[in-house]
Design a protein around this ligand. Structure first.
Ligand SMILES: [Zn+2]
Ligand SMILES: [Zn+2]
Length: 138
């Protein structure tokens, strides 16, 4: 994974410094998108400003994407560092569930084709209540 990351960095003229590597490793080790506060806590040796700058750079280089959940945002690695997928987000308990749906990807491609549009990226998140919260609320 670091090799692919180094390739992206070298191509853009950046060095893979140890703070950048630390932030990448935290994101790579996570099952779901991370809030910036969680990334800061997970990188105790990296100062806060470097983490903000690193995430800004990663997002600019297309290594991470920002996923908005309500008024908060979280960071997640993009393909090829993490396979393309979407999320279900429970607004009650905050749980995030990954969705890998071929059906959804086919619909996205079909919609773009109908409009003679060449898609570069898309976002698709569903918010609502998870199974556990539905049972507790109703
Ligand atoms: Zn829930
Ligand atoms: Zn998709």
């Amino acid at each position: 994974m670091h090799n692919e990351l180094e390739t992206v960095f070298a191509k853009e003229g950046y060095r893979l410094t140890s703070p950048r590597r630390a932030v990448f490793d935290v994101l790579h080790g996570s099952e779901s998108p991370l809030a910036i506060a969680v990334i800061i806590k997970a990188c105790p040796d990296v100062d806060r400003v470097s983490i903000y700058r690193t995430l800004e750079l990663f997002t600019r280089l297309g290594i991470t994407e920002i996923i908005p959940f309500g008024w908060k945002q979280r960071y997640e690695l993009t393909s090829p560092f993490k396979p393309h997928h979407h999320h279900l987000y429970c607004t009650n308990c905050g749980v995030l569930i990954d969705i890998h749906s071929q059906k959804l990807e086919q619909v996205v491609a079909a919609i773009a084709r109908e409009q003679d549009f060449q898609p570069a990226a898309h976002k698709f998140e569903i918010t609502g209540l998870c199974r556990h919260c539905q049972a507790n609320i109703q």
